[in-house]
Write a protein that binds this ligand. Sequence first.
Ligand code: HEM
Ligand code: HEM
Length: 217
Amino acid sequence: MDLLEFAKGPALQVAAYILVAGSIWRLVGILLLKEKPDFSEPRQSGGLLAALKVIYTRSFTASPFKRATLYPKMMAYVMHLGLFAVVFLFVPHIMFFEGFLGFEWPGLPNSVIFFLGVAAVVSGIALLVRRITNPVLRLISNFDDYFSWFVTLFPIVTGLLISVRMGFRYETLLAIHILSVALLMIWLPFGKLGHTFLVFVTRGTTGMVFERRGAKT
Ligand code: HEM
Ligand code: HEM
């Protein structure tokens, strides 16, 4: 078995199992956490609507913080939207998904994907520079922050390298690309990248708790 066969076969398969099982394990672990009894009289009802409201409102920054957070927020949006487009709107990727989903959807031209990939990498680097140069951010950052950053950017960089080639064999670059994706899939459920699925749980919980206390959300 050569490197590409290993990457396309067992590596990707094991990574997919770990991604699914790890995400379920973490979600169930958090959802089953024992809640402390709250004997106070609820000021408002809480409930699903309060959860959905905060999931929506937290997509935007509260006015007093708008100016101070504009730059990292923009960078984070470019990185996330770029990543989304590159993964789900690149035609060869769509063909890969079609292989097991059985249906396809329209993609973007390769040149647009390449541009968005570069934009995602540049904004990712800008976020890293900010993390290292801002004293407070630097103090509260740990291995998880840096490793999560690395495994996010690595597949985009290896994907872009396939197009650039630089004298390397296509098969070798593709194998490295797929292995970098496998690394991301394996790490995603366990570290801070778990925010991919936990972000809605945490924001929803905040919404319900705040509503119960009568806070304005
Ligand atoms: C601009 C960035 C990227 C470019 C240019 C790119 C390019 C490519 C190319 C050319 C292939 C080979 C398709 C084929 O020959 O079948 C591929 C496969 C793949 N890429 Fe990317 N990629 C990028 C980013 C990503 C990212 C960020 C992910 C996931 C996080 C990803 C996941 C995959 C997967 C799962 C495959 C399929 C492997 C297979 O056929 O088994 N790619 N990519
Ligand atoms: C539903 C999907 C997701 C949502 C709603 C989301 C939301 C967020 C938010 C709100 C932040 C904080 C940004 C800030 O500092 O202003 C963040 C940071 C980050 N996200 Fe996501 N995210 C999602 C998926 C992902 C995925 C799939 C990845 C990578 C595979 C990812 C990688 C990152 C990284 C690396 C950071 C840290 C950036 C930094 O160093 O400041 N996110 N995300």
